[in-house]
Design a protein. Structure first.
Length: 137
């Protein structure tokens, strides 16, 4: 397995990876390749302001999945809200035919799934922490 390079700033070293899943309202199957390309561009544009770097991106007709890296100071809830709001507005403006499928102002479901993702499995980290300090007990 390829080891990821750690990120850093003046006071810390970190590797913060997240897996984000955003679902279309009512699980409607409306994402085409053209819509997906626009959604990705909007994501990349907004992510720069939040110091987010896209590692992987993929989609199905009713949801997107993104693996990204960020900094400890990034407020993920604000970023996700900014992305969902901007992309909803811009997509509905550029693709007015979506209004037939998705009435109202929302494009995305109100909920989302955000998972942490790292190099080592949680159980391995748990075992490492439990094994520390045994020489001092």
């Amino acid at each position: 397995m390829k080891q990821k390079k750690l990120d850093s700033n003046k006071h810390s070293v970190f590797l913060l990876c997240y897996h984000l899943i955003l679902v279309i309202k009512y699980r409607k199957k409306v994402i085409t390749k053209e819509i997906e390309e626009k959604l990705r561009k909007i994501f990349e544009d907004i992510s720069r302001k939040y110091h987010i770097e896209v590692e992987e991106w993929n989609f199905e007709t009713d949801h997107i999945r993104v693996l990204f890296r960020t900094r400890p100071s990034t407020c993920l809830a604000k970023f996700i809200n900014a992305y969902k709001s901007a992309s909803s507005r811009l997509i509905k403006k550029e693709f007015p035919e979506l209004k037939k499928e998705l009435w109202g102002e929302y494009f995305w479901s109100r909920s989302y799934c955000l998972l942490t993702s790292g190099e080592a499995p949680i159980e391995l980290i748990r075992q490492y922490i439990q094994s520390q300090g045994r020489n001092y007990v």
